[in-house]
Design a protein around this ligand. Sequence first.
Ligand code: SF4
Length: 502
Amino acid sequence: MTETRIAPAVEAAPPDPKEKGADIVRCDACPVLCRIREGRSGACDRYANEGGKLVRTDPLVLMGRSIENETGELVPFLKDGEGWSGKLTADAPVFVSGIGATTTYPDYKPAPFIVGSRWQGVDTVTVVTEGIFSYCSVKVKIDTDRHLGPEQASVLCDGEPVGHVTTAEYGSQMLSLGGVRHLTGGSKKEGVVTCATMLSLCNKEAVELEIDGGAKVVVQAGQAPIVDGEAEERMRVGCGSATIGIFAQQWHGHADEVIVVDDHITGVLSEHQAGAYLDMKPAGIRVRGRKSTPGRYFQVAEPGSGWGGTDITDPLSIIQKIDPKTAWPGLRLLMVSTTGEDAIYCELDGDLVPVPKVMPDPLQIVVDRIAENCEPALCSVAFVAGAGGSLRAGVTENPVRLTRSVRDALTRVTMGGAPCYLWPGGGITVMVDVMKMPDNSFGSVPTPALVAPLEFTMPRQDFARLGGHTGSIVPLEDLTDGRVALRAEAWPAGNPWPMGGA
Ligand code: SF4
């Protein structure tokens, strides 16, 4: 595959008569409007002056499924296009991504590539661009019970506020990072650091974040979080009450009471509905905290890095009292965390004081099973952006029709080929899991804003109906004739094919 570049959409701005020096080209792919000397690149390193021509420094990324080789055999579309002649079959198994596609800021002209191909007998158009987003954010899901910091606390990177802690989800702490306020509404440094933080996270790199009044956490998409220097291994099997529900039957007959310690809901088996179904008799052990419903207690301790996401290191400290009228000497008590990482077995002595003992095998098996049922703790990074602005003008002269077409599911939106979740309501607000995108799909410009690949795919008939720039459609084959620098990537297994069908 050739590296010759023409990238027809990368046209330098017309020469400015006041511009000194013939070797300077001006990039107009973003509002910075860099003046770039020959052999140099612009402020974002994404465009360069090569021999007096403005070029995109990265190739356009094509992504493909299995392809036909020279002998007519179907073989995987290999990374870097190895073994691929560039020949396309009737049903083109190649998708043109927005990675390396360039931008036509401020969208007064058609998108950089409007590609026509055929899929399962349907003429299809994919409009490809690199969107520049100041309205964008990153949602981070961190699978851990450990307390990272209070809700609404600022999240800092290099001492700058780049986001905040938002509502926790089941077994995970959530951060909301970036957004237009941090990018453009604070100091210049805050904007620059926010942009760099989002860029690194979206490109699957590790970033150390500090929660104001909380923990330091290293976050990397697809990797385990590292909280205050400790790699998290497992996410909890459920809250304390759910854990009781799952394992009650297996504990029955081997313990007289089981307390599952959890920052959210601590469960007490004999009081819980699950214990009632098993006809367990009351054990008379009262835990601290606020009783919600039978066997379910809130706020037994402060959040922290101890048992079950609490600050507890001595589990017996959450026992408020043991009722001598109900409890009995020899009562068998199991206390366990929601990940099975922490567990203790005790029996009450003659004074009804819990005395730690060796864990009986049947209970150890269930503790191990809790751990076995915990999924690996991971960090997930979702990029959220509004694509309902001016970039629609690169698709159609009547932008609201694109918005309606997306909403009616006639037009599919992908980012680097990855499926996007479309938020309900107005606009085209999309969210994408960066792990489903090729590595290094994102860039940035110094305004500051993130640059992300974006593709709109639809039947050619619908493209014409929504007022699309039909005169700018380029057949897919024309992209493989050697005039555009290309890079081939294998289609990621698990991503639906954007053209639809099988
Ligand atoms: S920052 Fe990048 S995209 Fe913007 S004008 Fe400069 S080279 Fe072009």
